[in-house]
Design a protein around this ligand. Structure first.
Ligand code: NAP
Length: 276
């Protein structure tokens, strides 16, 4: 029987998930489908009834439904609650289970592109305190041995975040970067800066140790001004496209029963759809 999965959002045409999962379905010769379905917010409860009928094995959830589905799921993974968003649904025996795989995507990307990145205690600087920062903090809480300094334009938002998500976290304004840089082993940008050519005017890469790893979860453009700057200073960098690809792995495995690989072929196919 054909196994069916989906991504729901509103709008949904921009989603790259059908390309990712479609590539894996073809690579593994699986009798399955993965379709993009536009579901308006008012139609979400009806869509969940359809899910409980067993038509689908599961699927992804994107904007604007990532929070609204909490109330509709039969159970939600505690880490998805901490992150505050569900991006993956798994249907079993007429019940819908919600998860968040963004933190696994973040870890999978760094593990693949910078093996050993979390060996030894490393203090990290995380820029931004929005939704994506929550997944990154949950990831770093698991794997990074050192302190995590959360730097945000609006200090109050960083303070609220570190109070809510328990861990070795400290909130800062951007001005604190210069004082922290010399002891930083990892810089992660989770803020919207980097999109549409925007850049940080306060971030002096020259203050970071040469061993520092710099990663940006913004992937449009693929090489953000932050990454270009880091490279110009001889620092190792990891772009954000891998996070998007790796976050898809656990969902595919749960729905189709095969753990897929993030291959150069998959990356090239998705990269070809990005604006350069
Ligand atoms: P969000 O919840 O809207 O948070 C935006 C963050 O950016 C906030 O910390 C905000 O600071 C900061 N910010 C916005 N404009 C700024 C400016 N002009 N100067 C300084 N700071 C600014 O967004 P999000 O959901 O966390 O997403 C952030 C980015 O991550 C997006 O580009 C998204 O595409 C990307 N992302 C990538 C992946 C992936 O798989 N690679 C996954 C998720 C998200 P304030 O608190 O001061 O407003």
């Amino acid at each position: 029987m054909t196994i069916k999965a989906f991504v729901i959002g509103h709008p949904i045409a921009h989603s790259r998930s059908p390309l990712i999962h479609g590539t894996w379905l073809a690579e593994h010769g699986i009798d399955g489908t993965y379709e993009a379905i536009d579901v308006a917010p008012a139609d979400l409860p009806t869509f969940f009834e359809r899910l409980r009928s067993g038509e689908f094995s599961g699927g992804n959830v994107t904007i604007p439904h990532k929070e609204a589905v909490f109330a509709l799921c039969d159970a939600v993974d505690p880490l998805a609650r901490t992150i505050g968003a569900v991006n993956t649904l798994v249907v079993r025996d007429g019940k819908v289970f919600g998860r968040n795989t963004d933190y696994l995507g973040f870890l999978g990307n760094l593990d693949a592109a910078a093996p050993g990145w979390s060996d030894g205690p490393n203090d990290a600087v995380v820029i931004g305190a929005g939704g994506a920062a929550r997944a990154v903090l949950v990831a770093l809480r698991r794997r990074n041995g050192g302190k995590v300094h959360v730097l945000n334009r609006t200090l109050a938002n960083a303070q609220a975040l570190v109070e809510e998500i328990e861990g070795p976290f400290e909130a800062h304004g951007f001005d604190d970067f210069a004082g922290l840089a010399a002891h930083t082993g990892l810089v992660v940008n989770t803020s919207a800066i980097g999109m549409h050519g925007t850049r940080f005017d306060w971030l002096d890469m020259g203050l970071l140790p040469k061993s520092c790893l710099v990663t940006d979860i913004v992937y449009t453009p693929l090489i953000t001004p932050l990454l270009a700057d880091a490279r110009a200073h001889g620092l190792q960098t990891v772009d954000g496209l891998g996070m998007l690809l790796h976050q898809a792995v656990p969902g595919f495995a749960a729905w189709f029963g095969v753990e897929p690989q993030v291959t150069p072929n998959l990356r090239a196919r998705v990269e070809a759809t990005l604006d350069h």
